[in-house]
Design a protein around this ligand. Structure first.
Ligand code: NAD
Length: 395
């Protein structure tokens, strides 16, 4: 495989630069690769020409040809220690470095950077978070919470239209500037690789990978087709493997350059990963299997301070899976008479709520709190944390 400069930047150089900061928190960086900047980065003369009309902070020029990764990392750090916050990397684009994503954007737009920061902040502030399947449902809700608390968020989903719409809604609601949509198919290694690469270009590295994309097709042994079984296994099970493979690659580099730094991989699993589910074995099997992956990845990555855990939510009745007015499970169960005696959607909902000791479904907030706990807790890995209102208890 040819190792391109883009690959080296994404997996080795930029994450290393980010965590090499001698302060309590790593930097946020952004590699701006718009066509004008890429043109300016092609040759020193182009760069000098571009600089004539540039009004903002001073910009350094770095030629990385023929250098190994360590030399390039050192070259970037030397400029940063000299006070540069913008570095034009030959043939790669303009790298901006700051305390937060808004500072980075300010620098790219020609504003002056400030060093002032508030220390009393949420644990997720300025963390770089990727959430797969975040165009809707749990993933979208989590993205909104992370954005509201100041994280840099990647909404990664196969559905571009809904994903971009959700990002715009979240920007509107939270005022966050640090949220982007990046397309991904979690079942395709090339697509996952490209998404992680774009994440590092957008924010500089990766602190938390949330493997949330998941699909459900219920059916018993006589009705569920082989294709459906394969589809579920690919998205829910293989998707966790591929996401962890590429996300951990960036995290390992961060660990190498900042050994005391903790990072997280969290899968949004399900109560069906802890307890069998009647006529829903393809889903339950993919979720049970994922817990095997979680435990094994946790053992493999513990030496690099990458914790790997799962959150196992109960039913999210307010999300599209259950509440979609056309295809949601409430409508389906009402039509098929799955709940004896139920005459309305409310009856079906009540039936399922009554199965939960806490008498309600799971909310996004419940899952968000569990994810935050897993980030904050440095002395735990390889766990599957139920968030089910008491419906499923660990044995
Ligand atoms: N909804 C529930 O009641 C519930 C309960 C427990 C656990 N979960 C789990 O939570 C996670 C999210 O569920 P949800 O109900 O919010 O789902 P959802 O159907 O509302 O959203 C899933 C998202 O994943 C995306 N997606 C599907 N295949 C993809 C692929 N190959 N690559 C990238 N993105 C893909 C979809 O486009 C969609 O935006 C899933 O893993 C699910 O198993 C859901």
């Amino acid at each position: 495989m040819e190792i391109t400069m883009e690959y080296r930047l994404a997996y080795e150089i930029l994450p290393a630069v980010r965590v090499s900061r001698k302060a309590d928190k790593p930097w946020i960086t952004k590699l701006d690769r718009n066509s004008d900047l890429l043109k300016a980065s092609r040759a020193k003369e182009n760069f000098e020409q571009w600089k004539i009309s540039w009004q903002g902070n001073k910009v350094a020029w770095l030629e990385q040809e023929g250098q190994d990764n360590e030399e390039i990392i050192q070259g970037i750090l030397n400029y940063i220690y000299e006070g540069y916050r913008l570095i034009m990397l030959k043939n790669a684009g303009l790298l901006a470095i700051g305390n937060s994503f808004s500072e980075v954007n300010d620098a790219l737009q020609g504003h002056t950077l400030s060093d002032v920061r508030d220390n009393k902040e949420s644990i997720v502030k300025d963390k770089i978070v990727v959430i797969t399947g975040a165009a809707q449902g749990f993933g979208k809700g989590l993205a909104e919470h992370f954005a509201a608390e100041g994280a840099c968020v990647v909404v990664a989903d196969i559905n571009r239209e809904t994903g971009e719409k959700s990002v715009n809604e979240i920007i509107e609601k939270t005022g966050s500037e640090a949220i982007v949509f990046i397309p991904v198919d979690v079942t395709d290694s090339r697509s996952v690789d490209a998404m992680i690469l774009q994440t590092v270009f957008a924010f500089g590295g990766l602190d938390l990978f949330v493997s949330n994309a998941g699909v459900l097709k219920a059916g018993g042994l006589e009705t569920l087709e082989e294709d459906a079984f394969d589809f579920l296994t690919k998205v829910n099970y293989k998707g966790l493997f591929l996401g962890t493979k590429y996300a951990s690659r960036v995290m390992k580099t961060q660990h190498k350059y900042r050994p005391g730094y903790f990072m997280d991989i969290v899968q949004i699993n399900s109560k069906s990963g802890l307890q069998g589910s009647n006529r829903n074995f393809a889903y339950a099997g993919s979720k049970f299997g994922s817990i095997g992956l979680i435990q094994s990845f946790a053992l493999e990555l513990v030496t690099e301070n990458i914790k790997v855990n799962a959150v196992c939510p109960g039913n999210f009745f307010d999300g599209p899976l259950w509440s979609d007015p056309e295809s949601g499970l409430f409508v389906q169960y009402l039509k098929t008479g799955k709940v004896p005696g139920a005459k309305s959607i409310e009856d079906v909902r009540k039936h399922y709520e009554d199965m939960v000791p806490m008498r309600r479904g799971c909310f996004v907030e419940d899952v968000y709190k569990a994810v935050k706990y897993l980030i904050e807790q440095e002395y735990e890995t390889g766990q599957a944390l139920p968030v089910t209102g008491g419906q499923v208890m660990l044995k």
